[in-house]
Design a protein around this ligand. Sequence first.
Ligand code: NAP
Length: 321
Amino acid sequence: MTIEGVSSDSSDISPQEFDVVIIGAGPAGLAAGIYAKRAGLNCIILEKGVPGGQVLTSPMIENYPGFPEIEGMKLMDIMAEHARRYVDIREGEDVLRVRSGERFQLSTTSSKYVSRALILATGATHRKLGAPGEDKLAGRGVSYCATCDGFFYKTKEVVVIGGGNTALTDALYLHSIDCKVTIIHRRGSFRADKHLQDSIAERNIQMLFDTVVEEILGENGVTGVKLRDLKTGVTQDMVVSGVFVAIGEIPSSQLASELGLNQDPGGFIIVDQSFRTSVPFIYAAGDVSGGIRQIVAAVHGGAAAALSCFEDLVNPYYRKT
Ligand code: NAP
């Protein structure tokens, strides 16, 4: 039974009841919502921000089947709209606490819920470089989102730090909007897809390999970076206005830790092939569960988690032994 109506004060309200609460509205959570609802489960998606997850910050997606070329934001708009046909997405609702028991009890910033199952699709956040100046200049020249902030650096010198798909995609985007881009990578080669590496080479985007950023320089805004060549040990300052950090992600697995789920050494939630976690009736999918961090994989995980949840809650005849 679902009790409708959300109060702004969560302390004195009756919890709303669901079969399954999905936490996170990135690709995994949205796919889970579609599949859970179509399987007949009463479910809801809670999202602390807006739907879309990290894909929102991806300038261009070229490897999601059916969409040869689409901006991350656009793709997620389409996916969220599709999910809303089936399931309510509560935006701006941060899950503060989850208690296990006969049923799960969730407290969010504005409401309370009880559910028989949980699907964690909480994603991941940007890893920080840890260099002096990074925190002080965050939002004042240091950015973790080329799509969001690139516009401010048109015609200016910027560096992108990292050697993965995000760094190269960001560099291509920044180049396309007329930034003067240099990619700084700590190794002698990139780990990004060959297709992206070829695109970087075709555009003659400058690259500095075997190089680290030791410090981000500036007082009220970024004025440069201090670089160290790892082969020669030589340091030099480079004048730039923008620093785009794209060095990977860390899982948003705080709730998983509180729930006692098994996690790998990096904090990613360990799931089986069916996206069941180590605790019954809790499932995890998308970036928070590691694996290949691709939209297509997140969507697969969300769908599989929802179907596992359906099997565990409903125990359909074809599963009975
Ligand atoms: P990633 O693949 O983990 O790459 C992170 C990069 O940052 C690596 O090159 C790494 O160097 C470097 N790095 C890590 N820590 C560093 C540090 N402290 N200082 C300097 N460099 C550091 O991360 P990502 O590029 O964000 O991608 C995350 C996941 O999303 C990946 O699975 C990726 O395939 C996926 N993704 C896919 C697409 C796409 O398919 N279009 C786009 C974006 C992201 P090392 O190589 O030396 O470890």
